[in-house]
Structure formats: C-alpha cells, structure tokens
Write a protein that binds this ligand. Structure first.
Ligand SMILES: [Zn+2]
Length: 305
C-alpha cells in the first residue's frame, strides 16, 4: 500500500477536550474498534462534555459520516490500557455491540479511514494490530461484539474494496412488479411505509435510513429518500421523531445501567447513568438517573472495575 495512492476520507472536525498532548510524534501501532452503545450524536456530545473524561479519535455514524475529535498525534482516552491508548487510534461506531446494526456506508467509511491510517502510519493491517475493545479489556468490555464483520473489514482495509458484492438491482418494474419478487430492498421499503401509514414515524425513519445506508444505489432508494424528506421536512413530525430517539436512547442506557448494577459493575453502570444525566439533562430520565447515581453509594459492591 503506497501512502500516496490511499486517499484520506472526508472528516468533520469537532474537537473533544479529553486527550493527552504529545510534544513529539507518537508511534501509532494499533487501531481499536469500538461501538458507542448509542447514537453518533450522543458519542460526540459525551466526548465534548467536560465531565466525561473519555474520547476517541473518530466517530463514525450509520450514514458513513466521520467526525474527528482528537488529533491522530494526541492520545485519546478510549482503550482503558496504557499501551493501546498511547499507541492506538480509537474509532467509535454508532450502534450496539449486541446488535447486528452495522450499515454498509458505515463499514465502507470506517475501512477507508483504517486503510488510510495504515498507509500513513505504517500500522499493520492484521488482527494483531486492528483490535476490538473487548480483546484488550476482556471481561470489562464487549464491543464491537460478535456481529462485527472482521474478515470483510480487514479485506476492505487491505484492498480498498468491499468483498461482499451487492446483488444486482432488479430492473425497475414500477407498479407492475410480479408478486413473486422477494427483493429484500422492496420488502424493507414496504415495511417502512407500513410503519409510516400506522403513524410510527420514528421506526419508519429508522427503516428508510437503514435502506439508504445499505442500498443507496438501488432503484428504490429514491423512494425511501423522498419519504424520509417528507417526514423530516415537517417540523412537527420531525420534532416527534427526535423526541422518540432521545427517549429510546435514554431507556436503553437506563436498562444497560440496571444490568451492570445487577452484575455489580459499578463503573459501567455509572458511565451509562452519567450519559443520561449529562447528555440529555432536560429530560425526566436525567432526573431519575441523577437519583440512581446518588443511590449507588448505598448498594454493596463486590469489586471495583
Ligand atoms: Zn469500547
């Protein structure tokens, strides 16, 4: 891989205050793969929050947009081990370790970035140097989880191409498409439209976005984009969708926190309760999380993390 042949993908800068400044260039040996356990927006908010004391170099959203939050030459606070913080680049991905939510656009963007990092810093693009957070923090972390497509990702880093060929899109048949057609994109579109017709804009938006993030080049993508713009272009519908997104994220973190409490893992429980309290302070969830945080002192903790 000659560095001059590998293009750096476009990134948006949005600096986080949490990093260790290095006077001299550091030796970069690793790429550490993470999942946020939430939205890209929440990760960016959390890393910028003065109270979080965590960060990563990059955050990659489902739609493939890349936000750089710490300079490559500075040490971001993401790995939990000195060696991997000092010599690693941390990449956070929108989504959940327990879910197979990886989108094509997200993987393409992440691998393009990884390919550029390898070429630029001489990182070896193998599994000894491109690592999951769970591998360097066994027992404490479980990201990026069992659904991360390691072989496909490493092949994309090596070759710059996605080995999983997209199925050829069907000829656009319009309204007369045969009923026997089981095109998964067509089914996904019909599902999202059904949700929209039933008034569930929140899940319809999720469905349209997923279709666009996985199958942007499909003839039906234009229809999904049109419906998405119709919903998000309406201020009332848009604000309801956004409120439900916050609601779902807070509920997810609250339930993660409770499961960490049940497993006596205080630091992780606190992490998710603090995210609720500090990222969405105006919500009723934030008040509950703040109360729960205070209550943690009264619980018994077997071990500290
Ligand atoms: Zn992680």
């Amino acid at each position: 891989m000659a560095p001059d042949k590998v293009q750096r993908p476009a990134v948006t800068l949005d600096p986080a205050p949490h990093f260790t400044d290095r006077d001299a260039p550091r030796e970069i040996r690793y790429i550490i793969i993470h999942t946020i356990e939430g939205s890209a927006r929440s990760a960016i908010g959390w890393f910028k929050n003065p109270a979080s004391h965590v960060s990563a170099h990059y955050v990659i959203a489902y739609d493939g947009s890349i936000t750089q939050m710490v300079d490559d030459q500075d040490v971001a606070w993401h790995a939990g081990t000195r060696e991997h913080n000092d010599h690693g680049i941390g990449i956070e991905h929108e989504g959940y370790a327990s879910q197979d939510g990886w989108t094509r656009k997200q993987l393409v963007a992440s691998a393009a970035l990884g390919r550029w990092l390898c070429a630029t810093y001489g990182i070896q693009g193998d599994r000894a140097h491109i690592l999951g957070h769970e591998e360097i923090a066994p027992g404490r972390r479980s990201d990026p989880g069992p659904h991360f497509p390691w072989d496909r990702y490493l092949a994309m880093i090596r070759t710059g191409r996605d080995p999983r060929a997209e199925p050829a899109p069907p000829v656009a048949g319009g309204a007369a498409a045969p009923a026997a057609s089981r095109d998964p994109v067509e089914e996904a579109l019909a599902r999202a439209q059904g949700l929209e017709e039933r008034g569930d804009d929140f899940r319809a938006v999720e469905g349209y976005r997923r279709l666009l993030n996985d199958h942007d080049d499909h003839p039906l993508a234009a229809r999904a984009r049109e419906r998405l713009e119709a919903i998000l272009g309406d201020p009332l519908r848009r604000s309801r969708v956004e409120a439900e997104e916050v609601e779902a994220e807070c509920r997810g973190w609250a339930s993660l926190a409770e499961s960490y409490i049940a497993h006596r893992r205080r630091a992780s429980a606190e992490d998710f309760l603090r995210r609720i309290r500090d990222i969405y302070p105006e919500t009723p969830h934030a008040r509950k999380a703040a109360a729960r945080l205070v209550g943690l002192d009264e619980l018994e903790w077997e071990t500290d993390e």
